[in-house]
Write a protein that binds this ligand. Structure first.
Ligand code: AMP
Length: 291
């Protein structure tokens, strides 16, 4: 496994591989790696000759009151895990290397990026899109791997790739979970034992919302069910909603439905989601919230 810390040297390395016809799979991360990240590395490994992982805690995607400084960082542990999962290249630039003084261009995806996470974290997706566009231009991968865990991020990035004609295939991989359903997240490290117990409320709300939607197709009913599960746990969600998995607008009949939740549990702001496919919803008429 080779490590690169500056843009010029990783560019040289990936160009060398491109010239020999190797395909490149990129897994962008912020480090503090867990099995969710490693599942993306393995997915990239299975379809590409060269697997590159970036580790960069991107200041642009954190709000002023968010956890940029506190975000967990453990380089040597990350390297060990990446080596074990079959990574070829790690790109771990410094902030000054990625954002030179005087930078002023931002990639902004519009309405899709303004809903849910975008509404609660103003500027977040601009930061995500800007760094991912830069990583795409630096690493020039053939495929890029993202987690369904951050479903809106994946949808926003797919939109960006289509709109800006990046010649890159986006792969979205399943959410890895703890045995009790909690989605793996670097931010789970912030949870005390008590908070860790309460954090299962996100998954429990999704499971209950799913059952409710499959029962009668009523999106508003599914949202009420999820909100009830949160209330019973004494956790106030930022949102608990049913939406279209591509547009994040109200769900449409005969299409898949995405349930999305976000909540602060102790010091950690956690998000999760659950996709209910159109096949599973066959025979159920989905009615949008308020419809
Ligand atoms: P992060 O380091 O949190 O920016 O995440 C890097 C990538 O890993 C993103 O594409 C995430 O969606 C993905 N990821 C994070 N948690 C999980 C998980 N539990 N299962 C699968 N992928 C995940």
């Amino acid at each position: 496994m080779k490590t690169f810390r500056d843009v010029a040297s990783i560019r040289r390395e990936v160009e060398r591989h491109r010239r020999t016809g190797h395909t490149i799979g990129l897994v962008p991360t912020m480090g503090a790696l867990h099995e969710g990240h490693l599942s993306l590395v393995r997915a990239a490994r299975s379809g590409h000759d060269l697997v590159a992982v970036s580790i960069f805690v991107n200041p642009l995607q954190f709000g002023p009151d968010e956890d940029f400084t506190a975000y967990p960082r453990d380089e040597s542990e990350d390297f060990e895990r990446l080596g074990g999962a079959g990574t070829d290249i790690v790109f771990i630039p410094a902030v000054e290397d990625m954002y030179e003084a005087g930078r002023s261009t931002t990639v902004s995806v519009g309405p899709l990026a303004a809903k849910f996470e975008g509404a609660h974290r103003p500027g977040h997706f601009d930061g995500v899109c800007t760094i991912v566009a830069k990583l795409f231009n630096i690493v020039r991968p053939h495929g890029a791997f993202f987690g369904q865990k951050d479903a809106q991020q994946a949808a926003v990035l797919k939109r960006m790739v289509r709109d800006l004609d990046f010649d890159i295939e986006i792969f979205v991989c399943p959410t890895m979970r703890e045995p009790d359903g909690l989605a793996l997240s670097s931010r789970n490290a912030y949870l005390s034992d008590d908070d860790r117990q309460r954090a299962t409320v996100l998954y429990r709300a999704l499971v209950a919302g799913r059952a409710s939607l499959l029962e009668d197709g009523d999106a508003a009913g599914a949202e009420s069910t999820m909100n009830r599960v949160f209330a019973e746990a004494g956790v106030a969600p930022d949102y608990a909603a049913a939406c279209d998995p591509d547009t994040f607008e109200a769900p449409s009949p005969a299409r898949s439905v995405l349930l999305v939740v976000a909540a602060r549990v102790g010091p950690a702001r956690l998000i999760d989601n659950m996709l209910i496919s159109s096949e599973e919803l066959k025979g159920v008429t989905v009615r949008a919230a308020g419809g």
